[in-house]
Design a protein around this ligand. Sequence first.
Ligand code: GN1
Ligand code: MG
Length: 362
Amino acid sequence: MEEEALFEVAKQFQINGTPTKVKKIKSGHINNTYQLDCIQQNGNTTSYILQKVNTHVFPNIKAVMDNMQKVTQYIKQNSSGVTAGIINTIVGNQPPLWNGCWRVIEFIPNTTSFETTTDINLLLEAGIAVGKFQKQLDGFKAEELIETIVKFHNTKYRFNNFEQAIQSKQNQNEREKRFKLAEKEIQFVIERKKITGIIIEMLEKGKIPLRVTHNDTKLSNILFDKTMKKAVCLIDLDTVMPGSMLYDFGEGIRTSCTLAKEDEEDLNSVIWEKKRYEAFTNGFLQEVNEKITKQERELLPQAAILMTFENGIRFLTDYLNGDMYFRTNPEISEHNLKRAKTQLELVRQMEQNKTEMMKINF
Ligand code: GN1
Ligand code: MG
């Protein structure tokens, strides 16, 4: 969209100042996100996040906004925490959307985020941010949130979708090509069917508690103070829902435990590193130490494997289905397959290092 048109959208919201600049933020596979800069009368600049929500992925956008609003208000009021709140529209409609899909969110100044980092201390901070989110929402009842994407982290359900993709007969020629290229990965996933139920069954049986969870705690969704290098807060609260804290731990580890990017093409550089796992885990446990149950603690290594595996399954399924869900970069061939490969490679390495991982969480 042209800059002027984006400015017009932004003007539908209660923003301070006049829009002067808009810049596309490229990370994120679902929504379209921009940083909007506005100039104030005193010459200062205030920034906002302007976003077009993908309503195919989030058909119940009202519930998504309600969840976000409840959680951000709670963090601000009850925990005096920092979080990116939602900006109202000028006409004050609820939920505060324009044209059913556009919204504006606060931009937290002097912060930055990383897709990956060599700084181990930042990984400790990342673990702290994810753990702190749990702590901040401790008193908030998970039942007050709507499950906006049903079975989001139900790995058994994700595996079923994968099985359906293998069986589907649409688009034969293209599919045959994709199946051939993904042969090894398909096999790898099939061999691990039995692990897919581990967390969801514990939750369903009430053996681990249902909590408020972020559900997309990848490293790039954590803001850090630019100068102090301290974690500030989690962003991208679209998927805040009832869940297990193991989901947030696992998603954090999936993206923190390696220096490799999610779509790294050279699998030899996808390396799980103990010191990275250890740093994130220490940060996380430092925050949740008082509330994590024995069962949850025991499941941390398994959660890291399972959340990484689940993303691998989802990328692979989307690849086999013809890239319908995750945004792909046309300049990267077989993009979703590449993403699946990095995730499954990490799963393979974490399985080998599980004994080491078990020693870290006690
Ligand atoms: C998607 O849109 P984004 O980048 O925040 C996805 C997550 C995946 C992630 C993989 C709603 O998140 O579940 O873990 O990509 N979000 C949704 O990078 O499906
Ligand atoms: Mg997200």
